[in-house]
Design a protein around this ligand. Structure first.
Ligand code: ADE
Length: 254
């Protein structure tokens, strides 16, 4: 996966380029990462990248010109390195909400697009004409406003990178997460057997794999029902899972 972020604060991306699974994916060459600062493309003594909004109002707006040059430079880099024209994604509260499905769709588009350019806004946003001309998709990470698009861009990159084949040490763990089959995750436990008077459920120490699978499914189902019941509308249960639920009904009604 090839990726370039356009940001006034490129150092913020050290959080994912220098730590954890995402850093390892870069070191191992699964991800090629570039950060590009639009200030490097700004002109004048002050290298301005923002101006007051036409029509008045508070705050500043990012100017189209330095951003368009930064995007063109990123596109040129993509051509040189992977020979493709990669799409531009803009992180903003006005975008489509990022969820598991959106991440999966983006990930599935990667073999065709080769990668992506992520534009991070600051201040009150970006001149609309830049968005009109250059942006292919706009994503929000939720209905709240942050001071910039860098954290949302890292959220998107982290969720994409952990889905790349070979990026996780346990190949199954990305597949077994919350949301992958539409339900929340089950509770997890590790050593010691007892913590502040709380024990680990016996079934998890039984070594009985079928019982563990059943227990985990029921935990996930009940958690989802209690916390996010709307998710269950789209869940497709296997025959075995339906049987486990029926047994549960019989126990509680009997
Ligand atoms: N920039 C500021 N707030 C944002 C949000 N919620 N999602 C994406 N980008 C943003």
């Amino acid at each position: 996966m090839w990726c370039a972020v356009i940001s006034l604060f490129p150092e913020m991306f050290n959080a994912i380029t220098q730590h954890g699974i995402t850093a390892r994916a870069i070191q191992r060459g699964l991800v090629k990462f570039h950060s590009i600062n639009p200030r490097d493309f700004a002109v004048g003594n002050y290298r301005r990248v923002d101006e007051r909004p036409f029509g008045g109002g508070p705050g500043m707006v990012m100017m189209a010109e330095p951003l368009s040059k930064a995007i063109q430079y990123a596109k040129q880099l993509a051509q040189q390195e992977i020979g493709q024209d990669v799409p531009v994604i803009y992180m903003s509260p006005q975008g489509k909400t990022l969820n598991e499905q959106a991440v999966c769709e983006l990930k599935q588009s990667l073999p065709h697009t080769g990668g992506l350019i992520i534009l991070c806004g600051r201040y009150e946003g970006v001149d609309e004409r830049l968005i009109q001309r250059y942006v292919d998709a706009e994503y929000s990470i939720g209905d709240y406003v942050l001071t910039g698009g860098e954290l949302p861009a890292m959220v998107l990159l982290d969720s994409l990178i952990r889905r790349l084949p070979d990026s996780m040490s346990d190949a199954q763990s990305a597949e077994q997460d919350s949301f992958v089959d539409g339900m929340l995750d089950c509770p997890q436990y590790t050593k010691p057997d007892e913590f502040e008077g709380l024990a680990v459920p016996d079934v998890l120490k039984s070594g009985h794999h079928a019982n563990i699978e059943k227990w985990r499914f029921l935990q996930r189902y009940q958690r989802t029902q209690a916390r996010r019941p709307e998710l269950l509308q789209h869940v497709v249960l296997s025959k075995q899972q339906q049987k486990w639920l029926k047994e549960l009904d019989n126990v509680s009604s009997g």
